[in-house]
Design a protein around this ligand. Structure first.
Ligand code: GLP
Length: 258
């Protein structure tokens, strides 16, 4: 695992955007796995800027989003469909038919989840997966106790996640309690993974994910099993890491800057 510590969210977002851009330059028809939440907003803003100013081309790109709330219509302002459209898709030249986001309103979740997994395979698998992390250490909506081999399915959200995400809804009662999410096993099949985290309330989850044991209680810890993972974090999110000095020493002596 590589751990990159940056002073600001802007710098983190730029590192992540450069990685996405390099992926697309090397493989214009790359398959990206995308995340929602406040963390990747800076990355999406930078990608939109690169598209407008530097001509970063998404015309052959395919994307798969990690998750969606069950029960929210696509047009609901808190749905992940709406989020992705507002913050990325409507500003870039990705063809609509290349965008995949789990459906929160299908009448057959089991069939939908199986189809979603199949589509990822049919498109050649995910080349680069972008992740955030929940304050309880979850990735996508793989809450504590999710199997580390899990696939796309419905999950019941943890109380902490509902409380964390209540800030986006008018009241905590409005936060859906179920989500459809790629599994930990699905995520681990991506060729390359970058996980972004900033702020003090992620410090504990980041430390447990990187330095703790691999456990279904902190599903991000499963990334320790992946061969190509980069954590891009700010100083606050890095503040509980025991080996921070070592990671920074590696960062300062990298042959190729990320
Ligand atoms: C939700 C999403 C995750 C995201 C997490 C953190 O639970 N399903 O993919 O990583 O929120 O969100 P934020 O970036 O807003 O802290």
């Amino acid at each position: 695992m590589e751990i990159i510590v940056k002073d600001t969210v802007e710098e983190m977002s730029q590192v992540a955007a450069r990685i996405v851009a390099r992926t697309l330059n090397a493989k214009p028809n790359a398959v990206l796995g995308l995340a929602t939440g406040s963390t990747p907003l800076g990355l999406y803003k930078e990608l939109v800027r690169m598209h407008r100013e530097d001509g970063l081309d998404f015309s052959q790109v395919t994307t798969f989003n990690l998750d969606e709330y069950v029960g929210l219509k696509q047009k609901h302002p808190q749905s992940y469909h709406y989020f992705m459209d507002e913050n990325l898709f409507k500003h870039i030249n990705i063809p609509k038919q290349n965008i995949y986001i789990p459906s929160g309103t299908t009448d057959n979740y089991e069939a939908f989840c199986a189809w979603y997994e199949r589509r990822i395979c049919e498109c050649g698998g995910i080349d680069l997966q972008v992740l955030g992390i929940g304050s309880d250490g979850h990735i996508a909506f793989n809450e504590p106790s999710s199997s580390l081999g899990s696939r796309t399915r419905i999950k019941t959200l943890a109380k902490q996640t509902i409380d964390d995400n209540a800030r986006f809804f008018a009241s905590p009662e409005e936060v859906p309690i179920y989500a459809i999410t790629m599994g930990v096993g699905t995520i681990l099949e991506a060729d390359r993974i970058i996980l972004l985290a900033h702020g003090k309330n992620k410090a504990d989850a980041v430390a447990k994910a990187i330095e703790g044991p691999v456990t279904s209680v902190i599903t991000a810890s499963a990334l320790q099993l992946h061969r190509d993972v980069m954590y891009i974090v700010d100083r606050e999110a890095a503040s509980s890491l025991d080996m921070l000095e070592y990671y920074e020493w590696i960062q300062d002596n990298m042959v190729h800057a990320p």
